[in-house]
Design a protein around this ligand. Structure first.
Ligand code: PMP
Length: 403
């Protein structure tokens, strides 16, 4: 049994009122709220465990190190990586992609090489590659969309040539909530001997993602979008690739020996974790993943999908409603008539409804549609059908105001 009301009790922030109305939080694609166990894990770590990891022989440092490495093992299990040392802790999806662009780019790419991305990428899976293109003279190739706003598989297949070195695409669009059949895209890349990075920022929180089953070379995601804290995220990479890649940042922890003549680097995963890591964040992220596992990833997915379908049905009955793409997960982007998304967002906010408006850090996709932006409602494990009803009623009220 999936008891959403019991789940809601675990999220203290949801009890809030805004402008005298119960908070309806539908901006989960931007960030999720935190359950009590995650908030408590942060307090507990600072209260009883805090000491710098991997550095001290003393009791506390060993305890902190143990919990940090246990957190890595929890992430490994969650995404079914082969080894814990294939899990690198970063600040989040953005830093993970920058790490790959920088380290993979410096190690393997030279002028004229090509990287394939897609039209529906978040800026964090566009700009790092553009910066690399400027530095190294590589070329970006962009997968176009079909008429119904899906990735164009034929066009993707045709983009490969002897210069293609890497593919980097999103699993689920943060704007449209559409999930790409990435397994097929991975297999196509591999048939050309090209590795592929999957941006899991919007998929890992909403479905079971198994890196071995997918055979993804890299998978990135953010802790804060899966009920964990901000400032912590994950880069999964296949051992063989990570071992061959240059370090990303230099500093403490990532070295074996430092001499002015020559410095040697630490083994995985530490080679990519320069400086004091956010070990408290990692410990709390592991708590969040354990919490998700205890409820059941599949059950959460089913609940969110049912909510998405229900909301879509109601939205489609509103005249002049335009829904972008084919949402199948937990986010829906829409526009109503010529009401500006910012106006709709502001008025819904006054009704206590938190939704996101604008370009959602995916300007090329918004340009593709030729619109100023969208209104996006995105769901999490704690959202309810009543909240969807209040959203729909709110939209109808705003439409009336605009005549
Ligand atoms: N990729 C996608 C698909 C996203 O939705 C987001 C966050 N909106 C990011 C990357 C960037 O994540 P972060 O800001 O946590 O680094």
């Amino acid at each position: 049994m999936y008891d959403v009301n019991e789940i809601r009790k675990e999220f203290p922030i949801l009890k809030q009122s805004v402008y005298g109305k119960p908070l309806i939080y539908l901006d989960n694609a931007a960030t999720t709220q935190k359950p009590r166990c995650v908030i408590d894990a942060i307090t507990e770590a600072y209260t009883n465990v805090n000491a710098n990891v991997h550095r001290g022989v003393h009791f506390l440092s060993q305890k902190a190190t143990e919990q940090y490495e246990e957190a890595r093992a929890t992430v490994r299990r969650f995404i079914n990586a082969r080894h814990a040392h294939e899990v690198i802790f970063t600040r989040g999806t953005t830093e993970s992609i920058n790490l790959v662009a920088s380290s993979f780019g410096e190690t393997f790419l030279t002028a004229g090489d090509e990287v394939i991305i897609s039209t529906m990428e978040h800026h964090s899976n566009i700009v790092p590659w553009q910066l690399l293109a400027e530095r190294k003279g590589i070329k970006l190739r962009v997968i176009p969309l079909t008429a119904d706003a899906r990735l164009d598989k034929e066009a993707y297949t045709a983009l490969f040539n002897e210069k293609t070195r890497l593919v980097s695409i999103t699993h689920t669009s943060n704007v449209m909530g559409v999930t790409n059949p990435v397994k097929e895209y991975i297999d196509i890349a591999h048939s050309h001997n090209v590795p592929i990075l999957i941006d899991g920022a919007q998929s890992v929180p909403h479905k079971r993602v198994d890196v071995q089953e997918l055979d993804a070379d890299f998978l990135v995601f953010s802790g804060h979008k899966i009920y964990g804290p901000t400032g912590i995220g994950v880069l999964y990479g296949k051992e063989e690739l990570l071992n061959r890649m240059q370090p990303y940042q230099g500093g403490g922890e990532m070295i074996q020996t430092v001499r002015f003549e020559k410095t040697t680097f630490n083994e995985l995963p530490y080679k990519f974790e320069a400086g004091t890591p956010d070990y408290v964040g990692a410990i709390a992220l592991a708590k969040a993943l354990d919490y998700v596992t205890s409820i059941g990833v599949e059950k959460i997915a089913a609940h969110e999908q049912q909510l998405t379908l229900y909301t879509l049905e109601q939205l489609r009955e509103i005249p002049a409603m335009r829904i972008f793409g084919n949402p199948d997960g937990a986010a829906i982007s829409f526009l109503v008539g010529d009401i500006h998304p910012a106006d709709l967002g502001t008025l819904l906010d006054r009704l206590g409804i938190a939704i996101r408006t604008g370009h959602h850090c995916a300007q090329p996709l918004i340009d593709h549609f030729g619109i100023p932006g969208t209104v996006r409602a995105s769901f999490a494990m704690y959202n309810t059908q009543e909240e969807a009803d209040i959203l729909i009623a709110g939209i109808k009220r705003v439409i009336k105001m605009f005549g």
